[in-house]
Design a protein around this ligand. Sequence first.
Ligand SMILES: [Zn+2]
Length: 291
Amino acid sequence: MTAFTYEPRATCICGARLIPTALAIRRAFAWGSACFRRCEACGSYVQAPQIDRVSLQRWYESDAYLSGATAYSNYLDDEASRRDEARGRLERDLRPFLAAPRRILEVGCATATLLNMLHQHGHLVTGVDLSARFAERARALYGIPVIASDFVEAALPCNSFDLVLMLGTISNLANLDAALAKVRSLLAAAGTFHFNFPRADSLTARLYGSRHWMFTASVSAFMTFEGCRLALARAGFHIVSAAIDVQRPSVGKFVAFSGLRRFADAGQRSRTPFPFSMPIPGVWWVVARPI
Ligand SMILES: [Zn+2]
């Protein structure tokens, strides 16, 4: 048993100063609390003070976390379902950008399911993930090289990627400014940055209120669209397209995130892919380019 350690945080992802008294949502865990403040300028919720990434990583590898009933506790067993999801992502969202062989970086690539598929389609792929466990699994399953590192610290060559992808990752980045600056430095001319994120200014967010799944230890910023736009602009990006995200989750993930948890089935059935892809309310898919 141990405890979270924290880093102070004075500014929002949009650049505005956080007011210490601004609305705080506190979520308690065995190791301590995650505390969110609402930015008065853009409406995003940012974790402040922020649980430092080293203690957070230890938490995700701890028995206290792994023994809890969480949506991702069986992540490593969900590979088949993620393959279906990756196929949909490639066909639906990435195909227009893949007319010729591309150099693709995925940040937070987990077991490299999507990267493997892109590799099979003739693209040159690189992955980065904080988790050494996922990096090992990616190598064992697919032979895809994954750098087990914090993205900002990962050694990667500048101007050398045509696409940078972040799926379910951007809201978790501890230092969004530094991460976006890094994405910009890594992109080659005419490169594009693709990511999804749950919006704090969506109807879903309003319905869930303080019970929203984004108020958790791993989330650094639960962004509004305006907060996201401003963070991108500050890093030298403009948004090319933004639309509701379409995913094909596993039945288990769908149940966990739809608030129907009490009907959840922990067995094999929860790992089967949902029968069709669907728009995910409150989650957006964004493509951005350097200005
Ligand atoms: Zn803000």
